[in-house]
Design a protein around this ligand. Structure first.
Ligand code: AKG
Ligand code: FE2
Length: 211
């Protein structure tokens, strides 16, 4: 279906090869997708706990001389010696919480990586979003492994190849885990588009290794 949402975004051209649970190899990248990684009762309690206790912040960026709010709330946690720069702002991490460490320890064996930081996004409703970008900041190094954990409302996660413009879409549901690796961040942008649907909040956590 080619459907325009109220912001004029279209799904047309979403050339959606089947995203199967487990390992997926695509042109210039690879990822693992586990739709039901956390059981429902655990996901429910993580969602509640994180929404209430994470130090959510409204960050903004300077665009053509004006401060513009990001269309979502964000928070940064991790080892204390790893500041992180993105979109012109520098984030100093808050110390790990018990829940974040629990999630981190749960996902690490799946990724074979020890993460030292996590960026959290709170999408309060369908009007919150993140637009096309890569997670290829210099401090992430070459071929970063990034683990994305999702609680709350299901949102569409779209990938777009920077050269061929091929698109791929993954529905990131409550309790799902997506591990992106290989060259993916160097060849594919991603976004979570706005939606006109009347939906609840979603929390996304991306665990990263800052060099
Ligand atoms: O919310 C998501 O699924 C993606 C978040 C993201 O791309 C980011 O924080 O860099
Ligand atoms: Fe990202």
């Amino acid at each position: 279906m080619n459907q325009l949402d109220i912001f004029g975004n279209t799904n047309s051209g979403t050339d959606n090869p089947i995203v199967k649970p487990g390992y997926n190899s695509i042109k210039n990248g690879e990822f693992y997708f586990f739709p039901n990684f956390f059981p429902k009762h655990e996901s429910d309690s993580f969602f509640k706990e994180l929404k209430a206790n994470i130090l959510w912040k409204q960050e903004s960026m300077n665009m053509y001389g004006k401060q513009v709010n990001f269309p979502r709330l964000t928070a940064w946690y991790g080892d204390n010696d790893k500041p992180y720069k993105f979109s012109g702002i520098t984030l100093n991490p808050n110390p790990w919480t018990e829940s974040l460490l629990k999630i981190k320890e749960h996902i690490e064996p799946k990724s074979n990586v020890v993460y030292n930081s996590v960026l959290l996004n709170l999408y309060r409703n369908g009007n919150d979003s993140i637009s096309w970008h890569t997670d290829a900041e210099p401090e992430l190094g070459r071929n970063p492994v990034i683990a994305s954990v999702n609680f709350g409302e299901t949102r569409k996660f779209q990938l777009r190849h920077i050269h061929t413009k091929e698109k791929l879409e993954i529905e990131l549901n409550h309790g799902s885990l997506l591990i992106m690796q290989g060259e993916l961040q160097h060849y594919w942008q991603h976004q979570v588009p706005k939606t006109g649907r009347n939906i609840n909040a979603r929390i996304n956590l991306t665990f990263r290794v800052i060099k």
